[in-house]
Design a protein around this ligand. Structure first.
Ligand code: ATP
Ligand code: MG
Length: 650
């Protein structure tokens, strides 16, 4: 627990130049919850409206009828907000800096160029028969065309559904069918870490599945020139269709509540949900959080290392930064290729001021020791960010010290596909940091902790994290399944949005996400979040990564089963098992004492890099027959290895 008491105070110099210092954060936050209508009416002016909204908020969190509308009589176009309105003031400023998988390859698009390319693509869409309200599936590499395709959809009022380019044909087919997409955009192949992924082959395979005949066309970007099959009449080359189009295309007038995109969750807990996000509120939330949480300043290069296939890529590679006229870096590769120094080298090469990445990426680098950063200086960095999972305090400190040279605040941002944008995070000029805590809510966000009956708990306590009122970026529904939306998020606790996450609030009102509620372990009547035990283990020098789950235990109800991945220089041994057991007992208490430790060369993760504890739970319980939906698993062979080497608990 000692780690958790560490505080990194806001530096005065940082606060003096920040968008919000402590006083400003507190007063804006207060106003946002006292008078949401007034607050958001004012904030909405940061967008370029065709018709300014007069109706600000209409939101009902009732168990029977959930109805969420923001700015419902406003009209705007999201792509015009991200492109056209910047042309006069910053047409020649870089909008997207693209860094290829190969360190020798990079390319910059100014706002003027991005606007022209997007318009051409939008015109091509129209030629292919795509109309307002149609859905388009993107299954693409991390190349600028992915951002152009999102913006081109937004321009003509089509709804995009981005499917991560690492998914299997079946996972892709499932999402194409659910979204009923007429058009799929892909590339011949993608390149990641020096390896080619056959995207077009995967699309071909997906489109042999029943129910996919809704797809009329597949638009193919030539990325590598690799061999692919061609289906005449269906397949069209991007360069042949797009390059000759006019470089202007009128932006469709859209209602604030018209859908902008569908996006499926990562599938950590089960079958992915296709969340529906709309236009006005979403863009406002993405833009505002991008400015305040990262303290983004004009002219800075900002890098979010997520994939556009995840909500983080939507809100913080594309929409938030571009709405703010920022320069956003898009990276095709992986931080470990061609060497573990790549992340730092990209930062130096492009003068990155803000880096937003994930705990899983940080832990992976950390496992190789401090010298992985020796090939770079990273002097340009000013702010660091983390998202996706709880960040273990040990990983936080390493991120701070080694990547950030002990001078950049870290914003640990808690949010979800469902929330559209950041919900709980420190504004770096306003909030003193505590490693492992996402700290305080963003403007307009009303978090609360409830017990299992839904009673609101006050003060320093632990419970289920709910949000009491709507915020502009909130998902409006699950695509064509509003009942599932209500059932999943609004039926557990009356009148509240349930996040599915467990959380602790300390005496300073800081929020600490303890993991998913499904993952909470109950040992002899003591409830424990997985995050705390995992963080304790990661703090041990030998441990690169750890995952903790409960399994049925005759006496204690649940026992603690731990999967441990060791750092590069450590070997498994019984002595080390004993040492780790002692370590956790001493750090957290005898109640957290591990019952079983299994050495895991790697852990099962979603394609977005999150540990899938529900699968580890099944393995620990020896229920390896029905592992549930594994389609979002990054590497299925990891699971087989863990099953083969399961520790028999007798
Ligand atoms: P599914 O809902 O399909 O199981 P998922 O929840 O992994 O998938 P996302 O919406 O991508 O899909 O992830 C949101 C979840 O990620 C949060 O509910 C939380 O559990 C976790 N998370 C995200 N950011 C943080 C953070 N900063 N600290 C702790 N947990 C986080
Ligand atoms: Mg989720």
């Amino acid at each position: 627990m000692t780690e958790q008491q560490r505080v990194h105070p806001v530096s005065e110099a940082f606060a003096a130049n920040a968008w919000a210092d402590k006083e400003k954060y507190l007063s804006m936050y207060q106003q946002s919850v006292d008078d949401p209508e007034g607050f958001w009416a004012e904030q909405a002016k940061r967008l370029d409206w065709i018709t300014a909204p007069t109706k600000i908020k209409h939101t009902v969190f009732d168990t029977h009828s959930v109805d969420i509308r923001w700015f419902e009589d406003g009209e705007l176009n999201v792509s015009a907000n991200c492109l056209d309105r910047h042309l006069a003031s910053r047409g020649d400023q870089p909008a997207i800096i693209w860094e290829g998988d190969d360190p020798g390859e990079s390319k910059t698009y100014t706002y003027r160029e991005l606007h022209a390319r997007t318009c051409q693509l939008a015109n091509a869409f129209k030629e292919l028969g795509v109309k307002k309200g149609d859905t388009v599936t993107l299954y693409m590499p991390m190349i600028p065309e992915a951002a152009m395709a999102m913006l081109a959809c937004a321009r003509i009022g089509a709804i995009h559904s981005v499917v991560f380019g690492g998914f299997s044909p079946d996972a892709l087919a499932q999402r194409v069918i659910d979204a009923q997409s007429r058009l799929v955009i892909t590339a011949d192949e993608s390149v990641r870490g020096g390896k080619r992924v056959p995207l077009k082959d995967n699309v071909d395979a997906a489109l042999t599945r029943d129910g996919t005949d809704v797809v009329d066309n597949v638009l193919v970007v030539k990325r590598t020139g690799g061999d692919i099959d061609w289906h005449d009449g269906r397949d069209v080359w991007y360069h042949e269709t797009v390059d000759g189009q006019a470089e202007t295309c009128p932006a469709e007038t859209m209602n604030a509540e018209d859908p902008l995109f569908i996006l499926y969750t990562s599938g950590s807990t089960g079958t992915p949900k296709g969340l529906k996000h709309t236009s006005g509120g979403y863009l406002l939330h993405a833009a505002m959080t991008h400015q305040y949480v990262f303290d983004y300043k004009d002219g800075e290069v900002y890098w979010c290392s997520a994939d556009v296939g995840w909500v983080t890529g939507h809100s913080y590679i594309v929409y938030g930064p571009l709405a703010n006229g920022a320069t956003t870096l898009m990276f095709e590769g992986v931080p470990s290729y061609p060497s573990h120094g790549r992340l730092g080298e990209v930062i130096d090469k492009h003068n990155v001021a803000i880096l937003y990445t994930s705990p899983t990426a940080i832990r992976a680098l950390m496992a190789h020791g401090d010298d992985v950063m020796d090939s770079s200086k990273r002097d340009s960095l000013r702010v660091l960010g983390s998202v996706g999972e709880p960040i273990n305090p040990e990983a936080w400190e390493w991120f701070y010290r080694v990547i950030g040279n002990s001078k950049c605040p870290i914003v640990d941002t808690w949010w979800q596909t469902e929330t559209g944008g950041i919900m709980i995070a420190p504004l770096p000029g306003a909030i003193d940091l505590k490693p492992g805590s996402a700290t305080r809510p963003f403007f307009g966000v009303l978090p609360a902790l409830v017990d299992s009956e839904g009673n609101i708990l006050e003060g320093a306590t632990e419970g289920n994290l709910v949000i009491l009122d709507s915020w502009p970026g909130q998902a409006r529904s699950i695509w064509k399944n509003h009942d599932r939306f209500i059932q999943t998020y609004f039926s557990t606790y009356k009148g509240m949005y349930f996040t599915g996450d467990g959380c602790r609030r300390d005496e300073d009102g800081y929020y600490w996400i303890t993991g998913r509620v499904d993952d909470v372990i109950n040992v002899s009547g003591h409830r424990m979040g997985t995050a705390e035990i995992e963080s304790s283990l990661v703090a041990h020098e030998a441990v690169a990564e750890a995952a903790v789950v409960g399994y049925p235990h005759d006496i204690k109800g649940q026992g603690i089963y731990i999967y441990v991945t060791l750092g590069d220089e450590y070997e498994p041994s019984d002595a080390l098992k004993k040492e780790l057991t002692q370590w956790v007992r001493k750090d957290i208490g005898p109640i957290a004492s591990p019952d079983v430790i299994q050495w895991a060369p790697s852990l099962p993760k979603t394609r977005s890099g999150k540990i899938m504890r529900r699968i580890l739970r099944k393995i620990a319980a020896n229920e390896t027959e029905g592992l549930g939906d594994t389609s979002t698993l990054a590497d299925p062979s990891v699971v087989e290895d863990l099953i083969d080497n399961r520790v028999n608990r007798g």
